[in-house]
Design a protein around this ligand. Structure first.
Ligand code: ZN
Length: 286
């Protein structure tokens, strides 16, 4: 069972997991001694009677040895990915919560933990997509060169997958369709693309005749309009340094956007739902 409490003075929502039944992370033994002292960040600690090793709540997570609580790291990454904020803006926002970090820390955490968050969110939504997909690509500038961001969404507007490529060719389209298949966990019934030949040949290579291919310039209008979201988000960042950084950022951005998406809600319902969705991020990665 997961509980949350609010920490003062930083007003951070702190995750409180039920860790009473947690086995040893090294040997899986349940013979554990609960240590009285918590870590300096407030995490509970145990010693295993079998392997004699000591560990705490965060030892086996990617956040081990970070000198701030996981909730703070996730909140920084969330601010950086979700909003059009510069590194210094995020630093200033965190300072209002009595959390003092440098702009380089914001950059590092986004690069390290953005993909961690993205991968967990992608696993979480496996087998949830619809069977009619829309695929298109848009141009993204990476260190002065034009790259192509392939994006696939289902009929309801839910993300299937994204991929960045430095060319728009048959091979790029083929690897993107393989990736979409792996992420979704099944083959779709129908894929709609614009009239680009590379997408058609890639689709035939991966799915053959099993998937209906609909070629229409107008049926993909919603997706064409949706390309504005990643483009408008990365524009204030004045471009990406390299393709690796671009793919990391865009993948994490799209996954987070999908996670926070509220369908069929009024604005007030969306406001009520969003705190629990943001808190879910911590329980997903920690
Ligand atoms: Zn052990």
């Amino acid at each position: 069972m997961t509980l949350y409490k609010v920490c003062y003075p930083c007003c951070m929502v702190i995750l409180q997991r039920d860790v009473s039944a947690m086995p040893c992370i090294y040997c899986n033994s349940s013979q554990l001694g609960d240590l009285k002292e918590h870590t300096s960040l407030g995490y509970r600690q145990w010693r295993c009677y079998d392997c004699k090793k000591q560990f705490n709540e965060r030892t086996a997570t990617p956040f081990n040895r970070i000198s701030y609580r996981t909730e703070i790291v996730v909140l920084v990454v969330y601010h950086r990915l979700r909003f059009k904020l510069s590194l210094d803006d995020v630093v200033e926002l965190m300072a209002t919560r009595n959390v003092f970090i440098s702009h380089q820390t914001v950059q590092n955490w986004t690069q390290w933990f953005g993909p961690v968050l993205g991968i967990q969110l992608r696993k979480f939504r496996r087998n949830t997509n619809g069977k009619k997909w829309h695929v298109d690509h848009t141009e993204i500038k990476v260190s002065g060169r034009t790259c192509y961001l392939y994006r696939c969404f289902d009929k309801n507007g839910d993300l299937v997958d994204v991929m960045l490529s430095d060319n728009k060719s048959h091979d790029a389209a083929e690897s993107f369709f393989y990736q979409c298949h792996d992420t979704a966990g099944f083959e779709p019934d129908m894929i709609t693309t614009d009239q680009e030949a590379a997408l058609e040949s890639g689709l035939k290579e991966v799915f053959g005749e099993r998937v209906e291919h609909r070629k229409s310039k107008y049926m993909n209008n919603r997706l064409e309009q949706d390309h504005r979201a990643p483009k408008s988000r990365y524009r204030p960042m004045k471009g990406f340094g390299d393709e690796f950084a671009a793919m990391n950022f865009l993948h994490s951005f799209e996954e987070l956007r999908q996670h926070l998406r509220a369908k069929g809600c009024t604005r007030s319902e969306k406001r009520r739902k969003s705190p629990s969705k943001i808190n879910d991020l911590v329980s997903l990665v920690a």
